[in-house]
Write a protein of this length. Structure first.
Length: 327
């Protein structure tokens, strides 16, 4: 369960630490930020996405927007140390080669590849060469592009067993009709990898459904308050919603079970109460043969199972039976 803080820290280390507090209190396994150098990520003239135009100053460029959201090396070290005190894993998504090396030097064991880099061959090759665990988001990608990215990562040195592929949609927020959650299962069948889901819908029902459909990783944006300024706050969960989602997902994990159909420990006592046994339909005397007329099937289920009905018919009563007495 990855709580995606992303850039919702708004460039403030104090706010970033508050986000870590929220993620830890919610019971998430990891809290994830974003690592980038603005000048290496985007050109000075690049436009914003439509949702970013609606959530930030429309007059500023994408470069100007993200430049304010950079985290330097010392901030990374401080956030990693703070995560250790809160017993939650620190993760961050690198967006350029310098950021990959930064996170590698800081000892990150898991590298998250964002959807926008799935067609970036040099970037993929760089991360693949590290041999670390990889989480690959696939927003905007078709199955062929996922296959190409997977080939690059494995050829570079990361075995497929270390790669988890996330189904995703990069629209913030994602319309329900565009979620296409079944595509996650298509990915699992096509590549034999662990799969998960990176969610940008409003609410928590879709990631919960994804867990029920086999997701091993869930990633979801969160914030302290959706009314805060910044590109991603409006499509993020607030603290109580994040906690509810994590709690619900943990319940779904328990409810999925081991897949073996059998009576559960909690329902064992109900077997004798809800099932039935073969009983005397009326008084039966010793030596009388059992027939469909003098036998019946009634609760409780502590006697001979009605599955033995055909075997019991025609046998002789070894003693007298009163009405409703178990045979």
């Amino acid at each position: 369960m990855i709580a995606e803080a992303g850039v919702n820290h708004n460039g403030s280390i104090e706010l970033a630490e508050k986000l870590i507090d929220v993620a830890a209190d919610a019971g998430a396994d990891a809290v994830k930020f974003q690592t980038f150098k603005a000048e290496k990520l985007v050109s000075k003239t690049a436009k914003k996405a439509a949702y970013q135009m609606n959530t930030t100053d429309a007059s500023e460029s994408q470069y100007e927007m993200i430049k304010k959201l950079e985290l330097d090396v010392d901030t990374h070290k401080e956030l990693i140390a703070y995560c250790k005190t809160k017993e939650i894993m620190f993760l961050s998504t690198p967006f350029d080669h310098e950021s990959i090396e930064l996170l590698h030097d800081l000892g990150l064991e898991i590298f998250k590849i964002p959807s926008g880099e799935i067609t970036n061959l040099p970037y993929l090759r760089h991360i693949g060469s590290l041999g670390r665990q990889i989480i690959l988001s696939t927003g905007m990608a078709d199955i062929g592009e996922i296959e190409d990215a997977l080939d690059i990562l494995t050829t570079a040195g990361t075995p497929k067993e270390k790669i988890t592929i996330l189904h995703a949609n990069t629209m913030y927020p994602t319309p329900m009709e565009d979620v296409n959650l079944k595509a996650m299962q298509t990915i699992a069948c096509a590549f034999g990898c662990n799969v998960g889901y990176s969610d940008h819908t409003l609410g928590i029902e879709v990631p919960i459904a994804a867990v029920a459909m086999g997701a091993r990783v869930i990633e979801k944006h969160f914030t302290l308050n959706r009314t805060m300024e910044g590109p991603d706050h409006k499509a993020s969960l607030e603290p109580d919603e994040l906690a509810l989602m994590v709690r619900t997902i943990r319940n779904i994990e328990k409810a999925l079970g081991d897949g073996i159909k059998k009576a559960s420990p909690s329902e064992q006592p109900n077997i004798s109460v809800a099932r039935k046994s073969i009983v005397a339909a009326r008084p039966i005397r010793k030596g009388e043969r059992f027939t469909e007329e003098n036998l019946a099937v009634k609760r409780p289920g502590t006697g001979i199972s009605p599955m033995h009905w055909d075997e019991v018919l025609g046998m002789q009563a070894a003693r007298d039976y009163d009405e409703d007495e178990l045979i």
